[in-house]
Design a protein. Sequence first.
Length: 168
Amino acid sequence: MTRIYISLGSNIAREHHIRAGLDALHELCGPLEVSRVFESEAVGFAGRPFYNLVVGAETELTLAELCRQLRAMEFAHGREPDAKKFAPRTLDLDLLLYGDLVCQEPVALPRGEILTNAFVLWPLAELAPALLHPETGHPLAEHWTAYDKASQRLTPIPFAWMPAHALA
């Protein structure tokens, strides 16, 4: 089993798509460790605010298969195959960490946004404060402490989620 961390984001029907993304990830990976949900301004384009969070899980999937599954989930929830990088999103799923793997293919890991975007770093550091960043060797909590918090506004919001099957 490999410990993975995935960021989720949406700025279109945010609550609906975040819940749908969590349900899909739970179905794929089983139990999820879920950070708080944060509202953040769009980064890189003018758009409506996003809901963002990070989940931790265990997987037996290979890196390539996990990436394929995450992309399929995005498409299943309305993402256009030719969507621009900086554009509104129904559901954005980004693999942040796959164990302590450092690689460029099939995806760059660890994801660069861990150290540059508050909406990734804060919830990730919340879930795994003592986890060492695979490239810097420093704990995620240390990176969050050093982060310029004035550079991106981020607000925790009330949000509760339970797996869909638990509600039946």
